[in-house]
Design a protein around this ligand. Structure first.
Ligand code: CA
Length: 426
């Protein structure tokens, strides 16, 4: 079935700025509270939020097999469970409803008022109930930087790294949508030059510039997903800031890996951009230096050219772009990650979220964390207000942005933004 929603020549009767992340070719999915305090599944064109629950009740999805309440939900999990064919039919239909050649909704004032909101009238929610959250460690540049800093520059990558998409199971309970403030965590750390740990506010709070993919129900217990089918089970992508407390991490991570240094918060952008919308931006993955085992050999273009940026905005200050990276730098692609994740028979469900790992590029201005950008604090970054940052200060806001652009169209993710508040006094 063709992805007619992606037609680059299509224009909407809703006004869309030239630089908008959300032209009619995007049609992401999210969940929002309306001005009447009703929660609904929706999409976005330009700066307008569209209530898919209302559209469905008014008959605009007639002919597509959908349950009556599929969009009258506080999560997208059930819709995602319906599978790729339904996602594509719904996206194609939304494109037709808002195409400038079709003014049925535009000309029906009662319907228009029920369906369309301006962005300042609504409040974005978490788009899915995340059952399980896994974070990978799939950027070779990032793994090399961290290995160089903390172990041995000559053997920066551990022996398994070129053979396995390394990952760990995170906490889903602290995944939050953009716009929610986060307190600096308290935790146990070992001050430099001492052998007695202390408990108190982390001094080294850091962002991690990542993307995360969201899956549908993929497999039953005991049944691996073959790598050639893996992409069919991925619904879409969000920006992902995997907040990290480096001092807590350094003390706690041996031998079982990340724990409380990571689980205090992770922020996502609230609109899930579908794999269909990203299809025009597929690119080859980086050449793998060691041929992976057969179950991890992916064929064809399985990476995506998504430009990524991170900004720090001090309290009462203006944004400072501190890095520019790209999702295409990932050494292990999403198909490899999902095939590996299920290779032991572990089931993956609708709404599960898989983080990419920090996405660092090849140059120092493309690193995906303050740990790398300031090289452990040895090279502080200068901000436009004259202050310096080694890590993130109280009342700083960190904003991630991401978008794809070709000569026809720009498909973006909006923003993933969080302010760090002072720690609770213990
Ligand atoms: Ca991470």
């Amino acid at each position: 079935m063709p992805i007619t929603a992606n037609d680059p020549g299509r224009k909407s009767w809703l006004p869309v700025d030239k630089d908008s992340d959300f032209p009619i070719q995007n049609i992401p999915f999210g969940v929002f509270l309306t001005r009447d305090d009703i929660i609904t599944v929706g999409t976005r064109i330009g700066d307008f939020a569209i209530d898919l629950g209302a559209l469905h009740q008014l008959g605009y999805f007639n002919g597509i097999e959908l349950t009556d309440d599929i969009f009258l939900q506080d999560t997208l999990n059930d819709f995602i469970s319906d599978g790729k064919k339904t996602w594509r039919l719904v996206r194609n239909r939304i494109a037709d409803i808002f195409d400038e050649k079709n003014t049925a909704l535009k000309d029906n004032e009662a319907h228009y008022d029920r369906v369309i909101f301006t962005m300042d009238e609504i409040e974005m929610q978490l788009p899915v109930q995340v059952g399980d959250y896994t974070d990978f460690y799939s950027s070779k540049e990032h793994a090399t930087n961290v290995g160089t800093m903390f172990r041995d520059p000559d053997n920066a990558l551990l022996p398994n790294w070129l053979h396995i998409p390394v990952g760990y199971h995170g906490r889903s309970s602290s995944i939050i949508p953009s716009g929610i403030n986060v307190r600096r965590p308290n935790g146990q750390t070992l001050p430099a030059g001492t052998d007695k740990p202390v408990f108190g506010p982390s001094k080294l709070v850091d962002f991690e510039l990542e993307m995360a993919f969201i899956t549908t129900d993929a497999n039953d217990l005991g049944e691996p997903i073959p790598i050639d089918e893996a992409e069919d089970y991925i619904f879409g992508l969000v920006l992902f800031n995997d907040w990290s407390a480096r001092d807590i991490q350094k003390w706690e991570y041996v031998p079982l890996g990340p724990f409380l240094a990571k689980s205090f918060a992770s922020t996502i952008s609230p609109w899930i951009v579908t794999m269909d919308a990203l299809h025009p931006f597929k690119v080859e993955s980086p050449k793998q230096e060691v041929e992976p085992l057969p179950y991890l050999r992916s064929k064809g273009k399985k990476s995506y050219d998504i430009k990524l940026e991170a900004y720090i905005t001090p309290e009462n200050g203006t944004p400072n772009c501190v890095t520019k990276s790209n999702f295409k730098y990932m050494y292990w692609n999403m198909s490899q990650q999902l095939a590996h994740h299920t290779s032991n028979g572990c089931p993956v469900k609708s709404g599960d979220m898989m983080g990419s790992g920090t996405i660092s590029g090849p140059t120092p201005d493309s690193y995906g964390s303050m740990l790398e950008l300031s090289w452990r604090g040895e090279k502080p970054l200068k901000l436009n207000d004259g202050t310096e940052r080694k890590f993130i200060n109280d009342n700083d806001t960190v904003t991630l942005r991401g978008y794809c652009q070709n000569s026809d169209v720009r498909i973006g993710f909006g923003e993933c933004s969080t302010k760090i508040l002072p720690a609770l006094k213990m």
